[in-house]
Design a protein around this ligand. Structure first.
Ligand SMILES: [Mn+2]
Length: 267
């Protein structure tokens, strides 16, 4: 049995497409299950394209979509169960909403970071008025219900907190080892950054905290594997092939470079 985990995407559609095409061509075998670890949206500028792509993908492949803390914020604003909705916009949420307009947006978050303050505010002026919104004492408040199509809203609403398989657990950030998966507090599973998952019966595969490629696997000391390798910050989008017949230390990793879009494999 094999599960292929995919780390935080954050609107990096180009890298996601390169990764999935590589996986489907070179790695995927019948019966494999794709597990997306959450944080599909925010910061990067192609969140809408990411969700469209994932919706298409699930028509052809078995996929599980976990909730990330960024979807937790958005979901509260959409009236679904969620937390910290008031922080959505300041954590890259405007970029998600902008991807649902026809404004020409920067190629990437790193390109955006290079823009001057004036360029950034000109861009924001332009997309904010095109996002369906209401005016509240002169400031623009997004009308969330009108931004997203029904199938996108359904995608966000249906996201799950975790997937326990016989040999590994997938969650967005971590797990409280004192409680079973169905008794976990969403704020812990989606937001916490604790140091280990020792005591959980299987190894834990997660994202949430961007790390460098070299330190992905901390199986022995922490019982967890973090595959968020900071794609939106200009590093890598990473997938892991969790194979029941191998030790977690030997599970294959596949990385797409945000800078060059090249694919590399490692263990
Ligand atoms: Mn993230």
């Amino acid at each position: 049995m094999r599960y292929i985990g995919i780390g935080d995407i954050h609107g990096c559609f180009d890298e996601l497409k390169v990764l999935m095409e590589y996986l489907i061509k070179n790695i995927y075998k019948d019966g494999d299950i794709f597990v997306f670890l959450g944080d599909y949206i925010d910061r990067g500028f192609q969140s809408k394209q990411v969700i469209d792509y994932l919706l298409e993908l699930k028509e052809e492949y078995t996929c599980t979509f976990l909730k990330g803390n960024h979807e937790d914020m958005l979901n509260q604003n959409l009236g679904f169960s969620g937390n910290y909705g008031e922080y959505f916009l300041m954590n890259g949420g405007w970029h998600t909403l902008a991807s649902y307009t026809d404004v020409r947006l920067p190629e990437s978050y790193t390109e955006y970071k290079k823009m001057s303050r004036e360029q950034k505010s000109a861009l924001e002026e332009e997309y904010k008025i095109r996002i369906p919104h209401i005016k509240n004492y002169g400031s623009i408040v997004p009308d969330y219900q009108k931004v997203f199509s029904d199938n996108h809203k359904e995608f966000f609403k249906d996201l799950v907190l975790g997937l326990q398989t016989p040999f590994c657990l997938f969650v967005h950030s971590t797990v409280d080892v004192d409680y079973p998966l169905d008794k976990q507090c969403p704020k812990t599973v989606l937001w916490e950054r604790n140091s280990d998952c020792l005591g959980w019966p299987t190894v834990v595969v997660h994202g949430h905290t961007p790390i460098k490629l070299e330190i992905i696997k901390n199986v022995e000391s922490y019982n967890k594997i973090n595959i968020d390798t900071g794609c939106v910050f200009g590093d890598y989008l990473t997938a892991i092939v969790c194979d029941e017949s191998q030790k977690p230390e030997d599970w294959k990793l596949i990385h797409v470079s945000a800078k060059t879009k090249e694919v590399t494999e490692s263990r």
